[in-house]
Design a protein around this ligand. Structure first.
Ligand code: PLP
Length: 415
C-alpha cells in the first residue's frame, strides 16, 4: 500500500543546492517580518529597525554598539581600516577569507600587509601569534592586528575552543595588538563549541557576524565594538558607499534570524554529519575532512574525475562546489531538509557504481540539465560549478586555486 502511494508521488523536482549556505531564500515568515518593518533613513540614523538590530546584536555579544552593513567583506574591511595605519601588518591564518577572498582589500583599503600563519584547518595558535609579532624597529612593519575566523570556511567549518581564543586574546593584550573576529559563521561555532556570544564578545576588539550565511537572511552583516570604534567604523562605511537608506526592511530579516534561526543550526550540522558518514569509504573519496559544523569537504580519489562527478550530481539536481581541482564541498543550510539529505545520500552511493564515472570511463556528452544550467537556469552561467571551477572561485568567494582545507591529503588539486 505504502509502495503504491510512493509510486504515485511525482518525482522530486527541487534542486538541492549544497554549494554554500549563502544560497538560502527568505522564508515566508522572514518575508512577513521584512514587509511589516518600521523604517526610516538610516543614513540619518532614523531607521528604528536598523537601530534595534544593531543594539540587539551588540548586547548579545557584550559590546557597546553595532553597525549594519551590506556584507561580511565590508564589516571585515572596515574593522581592518579602523584598527590599523598604512604600512602596518596584520596576522591571520594562511587560508583566511580576509586574505584570500576579499579582493585584496587589506592592501587596497588599508595599505596593510598580512603576515600569513600556517593554520590547522583555518585555526592559528597563541604561540604562533606571539612568535610572529615584529620587534620595535624601523625596518619592520608594526604588527597591529590579529584576525581570527570562526568557524573557518576553508578549514571546512572547524572552530576554535574558548581556551584557544582566550590564549590568543591574552597575547594580543600583552603586546598591545587589536583582535578582530571574522564571525561570518560564528553561530555555527556556538552550536557546537560550548560557548556563546557573551563569552566571545569581550575577548575581541571587534566582531563581524554575517546574517546571510547559516542564519538565512538575503543580505547583511554586523560589525560590533565599542561606541568609539563604531563611530569611526560608521565614517568608513560611508566612504565605502555602504550607507543604506530604508535598510530596516533588511534589518528586520536579521532580527528575525537572530531570534528564530540560531537553534536550528544544529539540524544543519546533523545533516552535514549524515553526508559525511555517507561519504566515508566511497571509492571516489580519498580523504574526508572532519565534519565539525555544516561543511563537508572531500578529496576525489586518484583516477576519478572531480569535474565529471560534480557534473553527474548537477545533472541529477544536486549542486556541489569545487574548492580546488579534485576537492569538492557540500554545505547544509536552511533550505536543505531531511528528505534532501536522504536523496543526496542515495546519490552519493549511486555515483560509486555509475559506469560512466568509473576510473578510465570514456567522457560522456553533457546531459540536458547541464546545458540548462549553463543557459541561466539555476542562477545563470556563473552559478554553475563549471564556471566556479574555471575561475577557481565560487559565488560566495569560496574556492579558488589551492582551496583545499588544511590537513587535506596533500595530493589534492593534482588531478
Ligand atoms: C569566513 C567568511 N568571512 C567573510 C565572508 C564575506 O561575506 P560576504 O559574502 O557577505 O561579503 C565570507 C563569505 O562567504 C566568509 O565565508
Amino acid at each position: 500500500m505504502t509502495g503504491a502511494l510512493e509510486e504515485a508521488q511525482p518525482p522530486r523536482r527541487k534542486v538541492i543546492d549544497l554549494r554554500s549556505d549563502t544560497v538560502t531564500k527568505p522564508t515566508a515568515k522572514m518575508l512577513q517580518a521584512m514587509m511589516s518593518a518600521e523604517v526610516g533613513d538610516d543614513v540619518w540614523g532614523d531607521d528604528p529597525t536598523v537601530n534595534a538590530l544593531q543594539d540587539y546584536a551588540a548586547r548579545l555579544f557584550g559590546k557597546e554598539a553595532g553597525l549594519f552593513c551590506p556584507s561580511g567583506t565590508m564589516t571585515n574591511q572596515i574593522a581592518i581600516k579602523v584598527h590599523t595605519h598604512p604600512g602596518d601588518e596584520l596576522l591571520c591564518a594562511d587560508n583566511s577569507h580576509i586574505y584570500l577572498y576579499e579582493g585584496g582589500g587589506i592592501a587596497f583599503n588599508s595599505g596593510v600587509q598580512p603576515k600569513l600563519l600556517p593554520s590547522n584547518r583555518g585555526r592559528i595558535t597563541a604561540g604562533q601569534v606571539a612568535g610572529a609579532i615584529n620587534m620595535e624597529d624601523s625596518h619592520f612593519p608594526t604588527t597591529r592586528l590579529v584576525c581570527l575566523e570562526n568557524t573557518a570556511n576553508k578549514g571546512g567549518g572547524s572552530y576554535y575552543t574558548l581556551d584557544e581564543i582566550k590564549a590568543i586574546a591574552e597575547v594580543c593584550r600583552t603586546h598591545g595588538l587589536k583582535l578582530h573576529l571574522d564571525g561570518a559563521r560564528v553561530f555555527n561555532a556556538f552550536a557546537e563549541a560550548g560557548y556563546g556570544p557573551g563569552d566571545l564578545g569581550p575577548l575581541f576588539d571587534s566582531v563581524s557576524i554575517c546574517l546571510s550565511k547559516g542564519l538565512g537572511c538575503p543580505v547583511g552583516s554586523l560589525l560590533l565594538g565599542t561606541t568609539d570604534f563604531i563611530r569611526r567604523a560608521h565614517r568608513i562605511r560611508k566612504v565605502l558607499g555602504g550607507g543604506m537608506r530604508q535598510a530596516g526592511f533588511l534589518a528586520a530579516a536579521g532580527l528575525y534570524a537572530l531570534r528564530n534561526n540560531v537553534e536550528r543550526l544544529r539540524d544543519d550540522h546533523a545533516r552535514a554529519r549524515r553526508l559525511g558518514a555517507a561519504l566515508q569509504g566511497l571509492p571516489y573519496v580519498s580523504y574526508l575532512a572532519p565534519v565539525d559544523t555544516n561543511i563537508a569537504i572531500f578529496n576525489v580519489a586518484p583516477g576519478w574525475d572531480a569535474k565529471a562527478l560534480a557534473e553527474w550530481f548537477r545533472s541529477r539536481g544536486v549542486l556541489l562546489s569545487t574548492m580546488a581541482p579534485g576537492v569538492l564541498r557540500l554545505v547544509t543550510h536552511l533550505d536543505v531538509d531531511e528528505q534532501d539529505v536522504d536523496d543526496v545520500v542515495q546519490l552519493l552511493a549511486a555515483a560509486a557504481t555509475a559506469a560512466e564515472l568509473a576510473p578510465g570511463a570514456a567522457p560522456t556528452p553533457l546531459p540536458a540539465a547541464t546545458t540548462a544550467a549553463a543557459d541561466g537556469i539555476n542562477g545563470g552561467p556563473k552559478a554553475g560549478l563549471e564556471a566556479g571551477a574555471k575561475e577557481g572561485i565560487d559565488e560566495a568567494g569560496n574556492g579558488g586555486p589551492g582551496a583545499c582545507v588544511g590537513g587535506v591529503d596533500p595530493t589534492a588539486g593534482e588531478e
